[in-house]
Design a protein around this ligand. Structure first.
Ligand code: DQA
Length: 151
C-alpha cells in the first residue's frame, strides 16, 4: 500500500489549547486520527509526524524524497507552522528532495498579520490549502492523491 506523509511543524503539538479562537479546539492527536481515517477511505497508509525542530523536518523531507523516488510514498502534506514564513532551508529541502508537497494552513494566513502573508514553501509546493480549519489536512491528502493520478 502506498503511503502519504503528514508533517506538522513547530507549535502544532499545542493544537487544542493553542489560541483556540484561531486554530479551534481539535488536538494534534485528533488531526492525525482524521488523516488516518481519510487514508483508510482513500486506500493509502498515512504516516503522521510532528517536530518543533527545523533540522528534523528537513531530515524527514529528505527521507521522504527517497521513498517517493522508490515509488513507496505519494508525497507529503505539510503544515510548517511559523517556519513557513522564515525558512529558506525548508524550501530548499522540498526542492532538493523533489518531493510533492501540499502546503497546509489551518487558519487563513492571508487574513492575518502581514508577516504571515509570505510563504517560503509555496514556490516549492505542488499545491496549497489555506483556511479550511483542520479539514484542510483531508483536502490536502485528497489533492495530493488526485495530482498523483493526473500527473
Ligand atoms: C499556521 C499559520 C502560521 O502562520 C502559524 O505560525 C502556525 C500555524 C496554520 O496552520 O494556520 O503555526 O501554519
Amino acid at each position: 500500500m502506498k503511503r502519504v506523509l503528514v508533517l506538522n511543524g513547530p507549535n502544532l503539538n499545542l493544537l487544542g489549547t493553542r489560541e483556540p479562537a484561531v486554530y479551534g479546539s481539535t488536538t494534534l492527536a485528533d488531526v492525525e486520527q482524521l488523516c488516518r481515517g481519510a487514508g483508510q477511505r482513500l486506500g493509502v497508509e498515512v504516516d503522521c509526524r510532528q517536530s518543533n525542530h527545523e533540522g528534523q523536518l528537513i531530515d524527514w523531507i529528505h527521507e521522504a524524497g527517497v521513498a517517493h523516488r522508490n515509488g513507496q510514498l505519494v508525497g507529503a502534506v505539510f503544515n510548517a507552522g511559523a517556519y513557513t514564513h522564515t525558512s529558506v532551508a525548508l524550501h530548499d529541502a522540498i526542492k532538493g528532495a523533489e518531493l510533492p508537497v501540499i502546503e497546509v494552513h489551518i487558519s487563513n494566513v492571508h487574513a492575518r498579520e502581514p508577516f504571515r502573508h509570505h510563504s517560503y514553501l509555496s514556490p516549492a509546493a505542488a499545491g496549497i490549502v489555506v483556511g479550511f480549519g483542520v479539514e484542510g489536512y483531508v483536502l490536502a491528502i485528497e489533492g495530493l492523491l488526485r495530482k498523483g493520478r493526473v500527473g
